[in-house]
Write a protein that binds this ligand. Structure first.
Ligand SMILES: C[S@@+](CC[C@H](N)C(=O)[O-])C[C@H]1O[C@@H](n2cnc3c(N)ncnc32)[C@H](O)[C@@H]1O
Length: 412
């Protein structure tokens, strides 16, 4: 069942890959990936030991709205690439499943501060604050989205508790990282984003932001997100990573014999088909051809239960990458509806969703006891790790190369 391949960090634009990834990449014919050689450290089994006497710059961070902890997973990789020591002070999360996942992935001893809006920040200090606030009230999928204005009764408005962080911490974090859906740049929300940026600039931060698509960073998932990096006191002069060609396709990471439990029930399949056949303005249901598809649509928190989710035919129906289950879509693909009614259509498996978010095999293993619905929610809420690795790699490389990490006097 496990025919899943990994995304080497190199595909994400970073100059590193590990042995197991090399083997996996070679197993699928990608011979161009070389093993990573790490400067300045010795490797003792799985443990990286700095050469004695060599001081790695230490950067402390707090991960709020932590989810499964994509920020931590990416920082761990970037630390190894750039010889930096990222150290998690604590995290903040309120969802029971996410807390369980965080503990599995990052160890049970880290302190969870709970509700980010209720923390007494005078007790905490960090160099980097990660604040990947909820998107439900910004997302275009939510027609009733309230936005994220300060004081609004909206889950996304919790970002304004940054005011408490900055007024209560003895020293402001030197860097703040935020991420949210692309709709944050839409007319409906742009004024709030501008207000947030103005607030941060007033607090002394230089603010950079950019919309990136995960499919441009080696991961076969179309997932556009806005990544915001704030630097206290100066312009870090970094550029967001440049897009790279997509070498690993969705068809490369689909399981060959997924459990039938992920097939749509006949009732659900009939419901989706009839919905697609109605000439309404609803989002079309699109089904991937398993050996033709190149990238997944954005993974959602209830993967496989909504029109815009990812669905897969049991075998190819045409040469197209996917077919829209609508009269027009079927006519365009020259496909008879009966052929589709007789065929299994499945959703993505939880493992496929984790792969498409960039979780490595050993990380996926740690979440093996979670139910499919728990994994769908965790992955749908999370951040594509190779994209984060690429961004943090560029950002910290720029700070390091420009001597700014020393100037910033980390962990002081
Ligand atoms: C968009 S997700 C971020 C996911 C995360 N970046 C990851 O790597 O999985 C937002 C997260 O914020 C959490 N959250 C919502 N309100 C919160 C609050 N008041 N305090 C702390 N966490 C909160 C949610 O449970 C959810 O896991």
């Amino acid at each position: 069942m496990e025919n899943i391949i990994e995304f080497p960090a190199k595909e994400a634009g970073a100059n590193k890959t590990i042995a197991s990834e090399v083997e996996l990449a070679q197993a699928v014919g990608n011979e161009n990936i070389s093993t990573y050689s790490y400067q300045g450290v010795e490797k003792d089994n799985d443990k990286i030991i700095p050469f004695p006497g060599k001081k790695r710059p230490q950067i402390t961070y707090i991960e709020t709205c932590a989810g499964l902890g994509a920020t931590s997973l990416a920082l761990k990789e970037v630390g190894e690439m750039l010889d930096l020591d990222f150290s998690c002070v604590c995290y903040s999360e309120i969802d029971k499943t996410a807390i369980r996942a965080y503990k599995e992935l990052h160890g049970p001893t880290l302190v969870n501060l709970g509700d980010v809006t209720k923390v007494d920040w005078s007790k905490y200090q960090c160099d980097l604050l990660s604040f990947t606030f909820p998107c439900q009230n910004i997302s275009i999928a939510n027609r009733k989205a309230k936005g994220f204005e300060e004081g609004e009764d909206s889950s996304s408005s919790i970002i304004w508790s940054l005011r408490d962080v900055l007024s209560q911490m003895k020293q402001k974090p030197k860097m703040i990282f935020m991420e949210n859906v692309a709709a944050i740049l839409n007319k409906k929300h742009k004024h709030t984003l501008n207000r947030l940026i103005a607030f941060l600039q007033g607090e002394g931060y230089h603010v950079d932001y950019k919309k990136l698509d995960a499919a441009d960073y080696g991961v076969p998932q179309h997932r556009e997100r806005v990544y915001i990096l704030c630097t206290l006191g100066f312009d870090p002069c970094f550029t967001y990573p440049a897009p790279i060609p997509l070498e690993t396709k969705l068809c490369d990471v689909l399981e060959k014999n997924p459990s039938p439990q992920f097939n749509l029930t006949p009732k659900a399949k009939a419901g989706f088909i009839s919905r697609g056949m109605r000439d309404v303005k609803s989002y079309p249901i699109r089904v991937h051809n398993p050996s033709k598809c190149d990238k997944a649509f954005t993974i959602s928190t209830r993967s496989g239960s909504r029109n815009y989710d990812n669905f897969i035919f049991e075998k190819d129906v045409t040469d197209d990458k996917f077919i829209k289950l609508s009269k027009k879509g079927l006519a365009k693909a020259g496909v008879d509806l009966n052929a589709i009614e007789d065929m299994n259509i499945r959703k993505l498996t939880p493992n496929e969703c984790m792969v498409l978010m960039g979780l490595k095999k050993e990380e996926r293993e740690k979440l093996k006891d979670f139910t499919p619905n728990e994994i769908y929610k965790l992955t749908g809420n999370s951040i594509v790790i190779p994209v984060l690795i690429s961004i943090f790699n560029e950002y910290f490389k720029a700070l390091k190369d420009n001597g700014k990490l020393d100037d910033m006097d980390m962990a002081s």
